[in-house]
Design a binder for this molecule. Structure first.
Ligand code: NAP
Ligand code: ZN
Ligand code: ZN
Length: 334
């Protein structure tokens, strides 16, 4: 049996049809027939080799929803035909202390779905049972696919950085991650301020859950929240001056980076004054993915998507690369 995929053969190359024969299905593995796969900016970073990791031939795609097509002999909680999702991580050792204590994503053997193996821009993809998640009945497959990476990434800091429902939070960058953060943080109970370079996203940001919208190109607007935001999530993939945001944070405020924006320069006075922190957050553990999906079902959270067929994959990638997606492209094999 072979898997039909789209691969980049070298950095920045167009993706081309690529067929490979997977190894025998392992006892704890699940194979999923992909019905939907989101295009995350991390896919673009890897296709363009922005991080210098050179993973070619690369089959990207790590925001998968589909149906279980085969299970290993040791799989107990999945059956062929189940509707499931797979995100950024597809395996871990399942034995170490981190795996046992809610840090499966930090297991030293944690395996990325598209790091050194082939991902979801394909008709099938595989993961260990622990990292294959049933999609709740009340969620649609297409709008849920982006939750598998982007949703987990924005939901995780709510817990790990102890964001309380009464807090005022900021979300910088209203793209794939940011537009989901607006929805999750609003539903969490927070007052949510959207920060965007794109004035034309104002109305949609407000309708997605933002209480206020600040166009960051207008310096006067940037002065509106001085010293009274508790937590800021930064999603852009490109570098920008983060220092003005520290003057918006109140005492013990946190500036949490999830976007892979490269080097950040922070004036230390901005950290000392008011005991503020600069922190980061990487995707999430398997328990958090399950919880995030339940939370999304209860609050009817889903990505705002543009659906495209898998054979339009190069067009889709260019749209994301050029920052034109509103707000997530989802490829479909439907
Ligand atoms: P995206 O859909 O392309 O959105 C990024 C948004 O950033 C854009 O829509 C834009 O929003 C803003 N932006 C772009 N250029 C900017 C600039 N020069 N200055 C300020 N803002 C700018 O990307 P995404 O899929 O959300 O991913 C965002 C980043 O998160 C990527 O680097 C990705 O690799 C990373 N990521 C990290 C994790 C993790 O585990 N930490 C998980 C997934 C993705 P506005 O138009 O509103 O300004
Ligand atoms: Zn991603
Ligand atoms: Zn482990």
């Amino acid at each position: 049996m072979s898997i039909k995929a789209y691969a980049a053969m070298a950095a920045k190359d167009e993706l081309t049809p690529f067929e490979y024969t997977p190894e025998a299905l392992q006892d704890d593995e699940v194979e999923v027939r992909v019905s939907h796969c989101g295009v995350c900016h991390s896919d673009i970073h890897l296709i363009d080799d922005d991080w210098g990791v050179n993973l070619f031939p690369l089959v990207a795609g790590h925001e998968v929803v589909g149906e279980v097509s085969a299970i290993g002999v040791g799989v107990t909680n999945m059956a062929v035909g189940d509707r499931v999702g797979i995100g950024w991580i597809c395996g871990s050792c399942n034995k170490c202390e981190r795996c046992a204590t809610g840090d499966s994503n930090f297991c030293t053997s944690a395996q990325g779905t598209i790091i050194g193996r082939h991902g979801g821009y394909a008709d099938k993809v595989r993961a260990k049972e622990r990292f294959v998640f049933h999609i709740p009945e009340g969620l649609a497959s297409d709008t849920t696919a982006p939750l598998m990476c982007a949703g987990t990434t924005v939901y995780t800091p709510l817990k790990s950085y102890d964001v309380k429902p009464w807090m005022r939070v900021g979300v910088i960058g209203i793209g794939g991650l940011g537009h989901l953060a607006l929805q999750f943080y609003r539903a969490w109970g927070c007052e949510v301020i959207a920060f965007s370079t794109s004035e034309d996203k104002r109305e949609e940001a407000l309708s997605l859950g933002a209480h206020d919208f600040i166009c960051t190109k207008d310096e006067a607007q940037l002065l509106k929240y001085q010293g009274n935001i508790d937590f800021i999530l930064s999603t852009p993939y490109a570098s920008f001056d983060v220092n003005p945001y520290f003057t918006m944070l109140g005492p013990r405020g946190k500036f949490c980076i999830v976007g892979a924006m490269g080097n950040v320069e922070v004036n230390t006075m901005n950290l000392l004054t008011g005991n503020k922190s600069l922190c980061g957050s990487e995707n999430g553990n398997d328990e958090t993915v399950r919880e995030m999906l339940q939370f999304a079902e209860r609050h009817q959270i889903g990505a705002k998507i543009q659906k495209m067929a898998f054979d339009q994959i190069n067009e889709a990638i260019d749209i994301v690369r050029n920052d034109q997606a509103k707000y997530r492209i989802v490829l479909t094999n439907e």
